[in-house]
Write a protein that binds this ligand. Structure first.
Ligand code: EPU
Length: 337
């Protein structure tokens, strides 16, 4: 095992923040993961697991052994009727999996195209886009307990999926390392076209009969039109969750701001945080090297030399002003470290 010291994490998170790991190692197998966890135990070092780094904001150096998960593999493990079970190593890049699935004609992941990050991180926050969430295609996951080093399997119920939530962000936080995820895909596509601009883009592309590839292309086109590419501008996708508010509060806001977008949900009305931030005057604002993306106000960006502290401070200013104007508390989707 190769353990490096004092390594900059700038290339390993999509925000591109220059904070350091005290120790850093990469693991490509369960065996290597076990060895790294054991080494940390022996040296009494805390452990920090890094996937694609697409949903974290580093505000400090990490005084721990940072383990970058690089366990690979995409394997069709079972077929029954038109159902397919595909087990994927936690270190595979999410979008590579989507592209692989489309090439094999495995349906289910097409609406989740171009989401940054790794497969292992995808169930942590039940990633979602354009009407589909991981939980809709999830079968189970395999994870190593950080203390006992035993492997455990979790089905969807055990994961307690919610909107950008799972048990791994709540009661089991920092207890397991997800090593692989098994998805239930299908040979027969079920198209989800009702969200966002998918239908419009398909029509504009002259597509009359949708296919999983055409949907993936449309989603990629929509995402590229409003979300910054982390390779060019540091960001972690949506910085806040879309908040759910009571019907009465929504009705009062709608009377004052007729254009406010809201989607009815079981608990009330889900409001578009991007709209709130834009209408609190933040869209396109830049402070030093951090700012609010000009095409999607829910995305905070690092233009290059921004720090985690600066982004945190910007996010707090946005929260305060959205609360002052609309009486709504925005909760971050991104994990602060
Ligand atoms: N809006 C504005 N101004 C903005 C941004 C958005 O008015 O600056 C309005 C839009 O006009 C639209 C509504 O807000 O009416 C929703 O916008 P959009 O379709 O861009 O989606 P979102 O709610 O901002 C969510 C997810 C995204 C996901 C998209 C598509 C969350 C926190 N974000 O964004 O996920 O890609 O829907 O399904 O739920 C992510 O989690 O990192 C992420 C990118």
């Amino acid at each position: 095992m190769n353990i490096q010291e004092s390594i900059s994490l700038k290339p390993f998170t999509t925000f591109g923040i220059d904070q350091k790991a005290k120790y850093f190692t990469r693991v490509g197998s369960l065996y290597e993961l076990k060895a790294a966890l054991l080494a940390a135990k022996e040296q009494q070092l805390p452990v920090f697991i890094l996937g694609g780094g697409s949903n974290i904001l580093l505000t400090r150096d990490i005084d721990a052994l940072v383990i970058k998960l690089e366990i690979k593999g995409i394997n069709l493990v079972k077929e029954e009727g038109d159902q397919l079970w595909v087990e994927v190593g936690a270190g595979e890049m999410w979008h590579e999996l989507v592209l692989h699935s489309i090439a094999q004609d495995w349906a289910g992941l097409e609406n989740l195209s171009l989401i940054p990050g790794t497969v292992g991180a995808s169930p942590m926050q039940n990633i979602g886009a354009y009407g589909v969430e991981i939980k809709d295609v999830f079968d189970s996951l395999q994870a190593m307990h950080r203390e006992t080093l035993e492997m455990h399997s979790f089905d969807a119920e055990a994961c307690q999926f919610g909107y950008r939530e799972s048990v791994f962000k709540q009661t089991l936080k920092d207890q397991y390392v997800i090593t692989s995820v098994t998805f239930r895909l299908s040979k027969t596509p079920k198209f989800h076209l009702e969200y966002g601009a998918i239908r419009e883009v398909l029509a504009a592309n002259g597509i009359e009969q949708p296919s999983i590839r055409a949907i993936s292309d449309a989603v990629i086109q929509i995402r590229q039109s409003k979300l910054p590419d982390p390779k060019e501008i540091g960001n972690a996708g949506s910085f806040f969750k879309n908040p759910t508010i009571a019907n009465a509060q929504f009705d009062a806001l709608k009377a004052e701001y007729p254009s406010i977008p809201g989607y009815p949900s079981a608990e009330g009305v889900k409001v578009a945080a991007g709209w709130l931030i834009e209408h609190a005057g933040w869209k396109g604002k830049r402070i030093g090297d951090v700012g609010v993306h000009a095409k999607q106000a829910l995305v905070l960006v690092n233009y290059g030399a921004g720090s985690g502290e600066e982004l945190k401070s910007l996010s707090e200013q946005i929260q305060a002003s959205v609360f002052e104007k609309f009486g709504i508390n925005l909760q971050p989707e991104v994990n602060f470290i």
